[in-house]
Design a protein around this ligand. Structure first.
Ligand code: FEO
Length: 574
């Protein structure tokens, strides 16, 4: 195993190479400090981009790396092999964290044939500005590298891009899955030795990237179960799955089956071609999922009309990212099918995809309303390139739509507790607090009363935050926030303000006097006291996140005042 240090130590980019099977080497690009991936996907433990070299009589490179590793990766690759001897570059899918260096590798290895799904090769033509040999593959196709290394391809569309293929090496039993079964986790271990360390990251990765395509996950699992024994799952992110591969594939299956059986689903159609449409769609999807509603993300340009019909027919909600006016015949057909299949009382939401020539949302909005559909959020219009604020708006709009769909369930739950138990639980009381957080351009606030001190050394507190709260996205491990303590007799104005229903993306602090804490979050000027906190861990309950945080700084503004207390009559709601 070799570890090469990156340029300046503070960037903490390193490369690890290791033999993982016969004639097979991994080149893992370790991005120790990456703290963000796509929209609301906060990373606690960095990530890795894994690439693989298989040497039969012919040589195949499976995926490359992120462009931030350009020099390190190319130096490592050329240290391992003369690029002129690479016969094939297998593209599992074309997102830049894996294909960002394909053009660079092709400059060193112009003879290499690029192997990928038809859609992948089409995408690739857009960013590799030089002619290249190509070989299109689909499920069941094989590529013989010699010495027993026969590669078999498995289509796995939507995991998590439409063009994804898996590659199985019949000699070593290694299955290369790129994003699928991966996790954003960076450490020195090549393999998944310690499952406990990986649990949380594996789950959140699934929820963010794979959960919205649960049906596609189940189809892919069915296909890989038809392969001969798999000895190693070589993922594109995080450790390779050797010790717990069956357990972890089983978890994907279990989680996806639960989603596929969900009572309420949203079919979310989008167009990826502008490079932002898919991210906006993911932000909306994430917001919807916070309410416990399952989302099926569907690429409009690839979906078959029969699948559109089936999905829209069973969905409780339909969300659509507007395609370009210059849409292809396939997209036009999909749109017509959506219009012909939607039905009364379904909830809908529309958003522009950011291409500049999107179809107008209004004719479709009018049509949906005429057909008796209910709008879950006002159309999201894009006037400029999306920023973090735009993604926050999309997420909050998704949550609004999900809450509308689950309103009946929430009311039913409110009425479901036994009367005596309900009243007894209501005798638990808490203080009244406002949590405030700012992270980059995103900010949020929430009234809280389920707050309790939880440790002395170090000083720590827990807060129970409902899963569908907007601020939940800003309270992941490592995030900072302020707990503002409200003052008895002087809190009504703040409580009234923060209990308002805010429109998606609305500034929670408009008209409220604040100043910045040293951790960047707003302190309410009228608070009795404040505590600056850092999130250390989270425990998931059925409907809340129990967030344990350490308290770093605190101050009281009036020594003799008391904390406002929240007395309740019943325990089955706040
Ligand atoms: Fe890891 Fe979909 O890129």
């Amino acid at each position: 195993m070799v570890a090469l240090a990156g340029r300046p130590t503070q960037t903490r980019l390193t490369i690890e190479t290791a033999a993982i099977a016969q004639d097979t080497t991994t080149i893992r690009s370790l991005d120790w400090d990456r703290d963000r991936f796509d929209i609301e996907f906060a990373l606690q433990n960095g990530t890795t981009y894994n690439s693989f070299l298989i040497r039969g009589e012919k040589v195949a490179l499976v995926d490359t790396s992120h462009e931030k590793f350009r020099q390190l990766y190319l130096d490592t690759l050329t240290g391992l092999i003369d690029p002129k001897t690479i016969d094939y570059i297998v593209i599992s899918h074309t997102e830049p964290d894996h294909s960002g260096l394909v053009a660079d590798v092709l400059k060193l290895a112009p003879q290499a044939v690029v192997v990928g799904a038809k859609v992948a090769i089409q995408f690739l033509e857009g960013f590799v500005h030089q002619p290249f040999e190509r070989q299109l593959v689909k499920s069941g196709d094989r590529l013989d590298l010699g010495n027993g290394h026969e590669l078999e391809f498995v289509s796995a569309p939507n995991l998590h891009w439409p063009d994804t293929i898996f590659t199985y090496d019949h000699k070593t039993g290694v299955l290369y899955t790129c994003d699928a079964f991966g996790m954003h986790y960076c450490d020195d271990c090549t393999y998944d030795e310690n499952l406990e360390l990986l649990d949380a990251d594996f789950r959140i990765y699934y929820e963010c990237l794979m959960g919205p395509n649960a049906r596609s996950v189940l189809s892919a699992i069915k296909r890989i179960k038809e392969l001969p024994p798999i000895h190693l799952i070589a993922t594109g992110h995080g450790p390779l799955l050797q010790h717990h591969r069956e357990e972890l594939v089983g978890r994907y299956q279990e989680w996806s089956q639960a989603k596929a059986k969900a009572e309420k689903t949203v079919a979310l159609f989008y167009v990826p071609e502008y490079g932002v449409g898919d991210r906006l769609a993911q932000a909306v999807a994430e917001g919807i999922q916070k309410t416990g509603v399952v989302v099926e993300l569907v690429d409009l340009s690839l979906v078959e009309p029969s699948e559109v019909r089936e999905l829209v027919d069973i969905a409780t909600g339909v969300v659509l990212g507007m395609p370009p006016q210059s849409k292809s015949a396939e997209v036009q057909a999909a749109l017509s099918t959506i219009l012909a299949t939607v039905h009364e009382k379904q909830v809908f939401g529309l958003f522009e995809s950011g291409g500049g020539d999107d179809e107008s949302v209004y004719p479709l909005r009018n049509r949906f309303q005429e057909l008796g559909l209910v709008e879950g959020f006002s159309p999201i219009l894009l006037k400029e390139t999306p920023t973090e604020t735009t993604y926050q708006l999309c997420q909050e709009a998704g949550t609004d739509l999900g809450q509308l769909m689950t309103r009946d369930r929430a009311i039913k739950q409110m009425k479901s507790l036994d009367n005596d138990l309900d009243k007894a639980l209501g005798r638990l009381s808490g203080g009244l607090y406002i949590i405030t957080a700012r992270k980059g351009e995103a900010s949020s606030a929430m009234l809280a009363s389920w707050v309790s001190q939880a440790s002395l050394k170090p000083l720590g507190i827990t807060i129970a935050v409902a899963k569908d709260r907007a601020i939940e996205s800003l309270m992941h491990v490592g995030d900072h926030f302020v707990l503002n303590v409200l003052e008895e007799g002087n809190y009504q104005h703040l409580m009234k303000h923060f209990l308002k229903r805010f429109a998606p993306g609305a500034d929670r602090f408009a008209g409220v006097k604040t100043y910045a804490a040293s951790n960047g979050s707003p302190i309410l000027a009228d608070a009795l006291a404040y505590l600056e906190c850092e999130v250390i861990s989270r425990i998931e309950t059925a409907d809340h996140w129990l967030v344990y945080s350490q308290v770093e700084v605190g101050r009281v503004s009036k020594a003799d005042s008391l904390t406002a207390v929240h007395h309740r009559k019943v325990g089955n709601h706040y």
